[in-house]
Write a protein that binds this ligand. Structure first.
Ligand SMILES: CCCCCCCC/C=C\C/C=C/C(=O)SCCNC(=O)CCNC(=O)[C@H](O)C(C)(C)COP(=O)(O)OP(=O)(O)OC[C@H]1O[C@@H](n2cnc3c(N)ncnc32)[C@H](O)[C@@H]1OP(=O)(O)O
Length: 719
């Protein structure tokens, strides 16, 4: 809806009314069409200001309408009527002007923004392009290179940057609507000939072809198979090379290819999934809207290895006072230097002063006595952590939350080491912790609602996407990773190479294939875990039993590499070779290939041809199958939680929506059929046996993903 009132005698004030972000729903579009028509035909109105209710100009087209039959006026003629009108129209931009919201503002003759406003064309992040003429107007207003940057990345700019780029005409720290009304009074009666952006010639930079080729190469490289960024470049090229009307037609054609694409659906699903995980709840009754977090002005981090350093930086950047504890002197010295570098670089990037004074260092665990929350990030070893939790329980003040950054260990067991197990939760960060957006908040059997709410709230304050998950080995992310990696190892045994497996996964859209990723994180990490699980045996054995552990198929390939001291990038050798220890460019390693041949020969394995399809099906469906188990076990509340974890923490391509969404796109019946097929071929691999929840979903007609929770609820109520 939109409402028209007259202010200051002659200014028509149109207010968009669709809380919370005034999205351009059919009703709002109709409201704009009606009020603009009224304002243009009312002789008392000499100029018009358009604003949004409740301090938000407009969050763009209503994304919820995209999956439905579109009704109501179309955006393009609506915006055209504003631009073509004979009275000055001023957009008063507070809060956000995004997507269709900014396109609406670009149809106005002037734009006034509050200094705290954010502007942008983020359609690309939803698998779309700015198809309400934004791809044609923006380059005409600010030039091709700047428009390309904004439209292909979807980034939001501050009002100050928008002013510098020429997107807005004035920025104010005062009341935006008052300022815009004054502006409108001033420009009333002035000619609008030079204010209609669609009539501007598009500035044509020299070397136009090279510029677009370069832009196309850049997006193809970073888009990892996403089609919208490519279409965005093509649309801006149309603006630069065609008359406005023809450019608009090209924009429409490109949008038509994107609008109903699976990628657009996946990206829009991700948008809502990210928000859905914020409405978390736990089986014990803790909920995002009713559980009260406690304030955390002071926190401690224990252990200043890579994870601890990142966590300390992230906490300090959030404004908390941080006590950083490390008992080893050498590690402490290195950490201090690394942390201050990270803080300085972070401050420079954000244009603020570094917050080094927020962190105090200590070699004594007693320094945490007065903090409100502790995050331990010590060595991943249960005995070490057990002892630490016993100490913390004795040292910390009453009510202090004790959090573990373990990536897999039992949170309930750690809680049982303390006097107040209700104060223990997992806060599983991802490396580098000050950069990665994901946080798994692991609630234990006895974690209090307040403890979970506090960890979730702290994660949010730190700018993380926090997902509440139950306690099990590896929680959600790492638990699903296990069958995925396991399949990759089996594929090597059966004839694949690391290069083949990684290429298939990278073409699918992962930022890194499983072997390159494992070289980066260090092969010794998994080796240590497998040793702890009693799976590692001396590597020289041969015959079928050498590849069986604890009654199931096992591949010792990773262990054998570790025995050779090949730990990945840090040692310069792993599944690939690197120019030096710590090198980053993975090169194919002939040693590895002959090692694989020797291994197969020793174990009587005959290499066969493996194609990309098999790699994807075996690795991804095994991972997805574990996702169904996680839902069945109630470790994740819904498929959105799993998908958000995989997109934000594990490099799953966002334009494929996350593993569970992807399963729905492929078709649950097909995933089930392929799992059955592979399980028949490999009966000794339990991870390939289809989960009963998957069977149940298929049996109930493969409902769309937003209906899975109903099936899961029914399943749990029968148990
Ligand atoms: C065959 C061809 C057919 C052609 C058809 C053409 C039609 C399209 C034509 C033109 C293209 C225009 C496209 C667009 O405009 S796409 C939308 C672009 N806009 C965005 O991407 C902005 C999305 N929103 C945000 O980034 C943020 O919400 C925010 C910055 C505006 C506010 O952030 P914050 O205060 O943190 O609030 P939340 O994010 O939590 O959001 C609150 C609430 O509002 C919902 N919401 C937000 N934006 C939208 C929206 N654009 N449409 C619908 N709903 C929106 C959000 O989901 C939250 O609700 P909840 O999920 O219930 O919690």
């Amino acid at each position: 809806m939109a409402q028209l009132s007259i202010v200051s005698g002659s200014v028509g004030l149109i207010t968009l009314q669709n809380p919370p972000v005034n999205a351009l729903s059919a009703a709002v579009r109709q409201g704009i069409v009606d009020t603009v028509e009224k304002a243009l035909s009312d002789p008392k109105v000499k100029s018009v200001v358009i604003r949004g209710q409740n301090g938000v100009f407009c969050g763009g087209a209503d994304i919820k309408e995209f999956g439905t039959k579109m009704t109501g006026p179309h955006l393009i003629p609506m915006i055209h009527a504003i631009e073509a009108g004979n009275k000055p129209m001023v957009a008063a931009i507070e809060g956000s002007a995004l997507g269709g919201g900014l396109e609406l503002a670009l149809g106005c003759h002037y734009r006034v923004a509050h200094s705290k406003a954010r502007l942008g064309l983020p359609e690309v992040t939803l698998g779309l392009l700015p198809a309400a003429a934004g791809s044609q107007r923006l380059p005409r207003l600010i030039g091709v290179p700047a428009a390309l940057n904004l439209i292909t990345t979807g980034r939001h700019v501050t009002a100050a940057e928008a002013l510098q780029l020429g997107i807005v005409d004035q920025v104010t720290d005062h009341d935006t609507v008052d300022t815009a009304v004054k502006f409108a009074l001033n420009v009333a009666g002035q000619s609008l000939d030079a204010r209609r952006i669609s009539t501007f010639p598009c500035p044509r930079p020299a070397e136009l072809d090279a510029l677009f080729e370069d832009a196309m190469q850049k997006v193809r490289k970073s888009a990892r198979g996403a089609i919208a960024p490519v279409a965005c470049v093509q649309a801006v090229r149309a603006a630069a090379t065609l008359p406005y009307a023809e450019g608009l037609e090209r924009e429409r054609e490109l949008m038509a290819t994107l609008f109903n694409s699976g990628q657009a659906r996946a990206l829009q699903y991700c948008f809502f999934a990210q928000r859905a995980v914020g409405r978390w709840s736990t089986p014990s009754g803790a909920r995002w809207d009713t559980s009260k977090p406690v304030p955390v002005p002071k926190a401690a981090v224990i252990g200043l290895g890579t994870m601890g350093r990142g966590i300390a930086v992230a906490l300090a950047q959030t404004g908390l006072s941080v006590v950083a504890v490390e008992t080893q002197e050498k590690q402490m010295m290195e950490a201090k230097q690394a942390v201050s570098g990270m803080l300085e670089r972070g401050a420079k990037r954000r244009g603020v002063a570094p917050v080094s004074d927020k962190i105090s260092y200590s070699g004594n665990i007693r320094a945490v006595a007065d903090v409100d929350l502790v995050i331990e990030a010590v060595f991943e070893d249960m005995a070490v952590k057990e002892k630490l939790f016993q100490q913390l329980s004795a040292i910390c003040k009453p009510g202090a939350l004790l959090c573990t950054n373990t990536s897999a260990l039992d949170v309930d067991h750690l809680a049982s080491q303390t006097r107040n197990p209700e104060l223990v939760v997992g806060m599983h960060f991802f490396a580098p912790a000050h950069v990665m957006k994901l946080l798994e908040v692991v609630y234990g059997r006895r974690s209090s609602t307040q403890a979970v709410a506090t960890a979730m709230q702290l994660g949010k304050k730190m700018g993380k996407v926090s997902v509440a998950v139950g306690n099990c080995r590896g929680f959600v992310g790492n638990r699903m990773l296990k069958p995925y990696i396991e399949q990759a190892f089996y594929l090597l045994e059966e004839g694949a190479t690391p290069e083949l497996v990684d290429r298939a996964l990278e073409e699918f859209g992962f930022s890194m294939g499983v072997f390159r990723m494992s070289d980066l994180s260090g092969l010794d990490v998994g080796w240590r875990v497998r040793k702890g699980d009693g799976l590692v045996e001396p590597g020289l054995a041969s015959g079928p039993s050498a590849r069986v552990r604890q009654g199931r198929r096992y591949s010792p390939l990773g262990d054998l590499l570790c025995e050779q001291g090949r730990f990945g990038q840090k040692t310069g050798r792993g599944w690939y070779q690197y120019e030096k220890p710590g090198g980053r460019v993975a090169r194919s390693d002939p040693w590895l290939h002959s090692f694989l041949e020797g291994y197969r020969a020793r174990h009587g394995l005959v290499a066969r041809r493996i194609d990309h399809e098999e790699v994807l099906e075996r690795c991804l469906y095994a991972l997805i199958n574990e996702g169904f188990h996680i839902l069945e076990d109630g470790i994740a509340a819904g498929p959105e939680d799993i998908d958000v974890i995989y997109v934000f923490g594990y490099g799953w391509p966002r334009h494929r929506g996350g593993p569970m969404f992807y399963a729905g796109m492929v078709g649950l019946a097909k995933v089930l059929e392929r799992l059955e097929h592979y399980h028949q071929a490999h009966p000794d691999v339990p991870h390939l046996q289809p989960c009963s929840l998957l069977r149940r979903l298929v049996a109930s007609g493969s409902p769309p993903i937003h209906k899975w929770r109903e099936v899961i609820r029914k399943l749990h109520s029968h148990l």
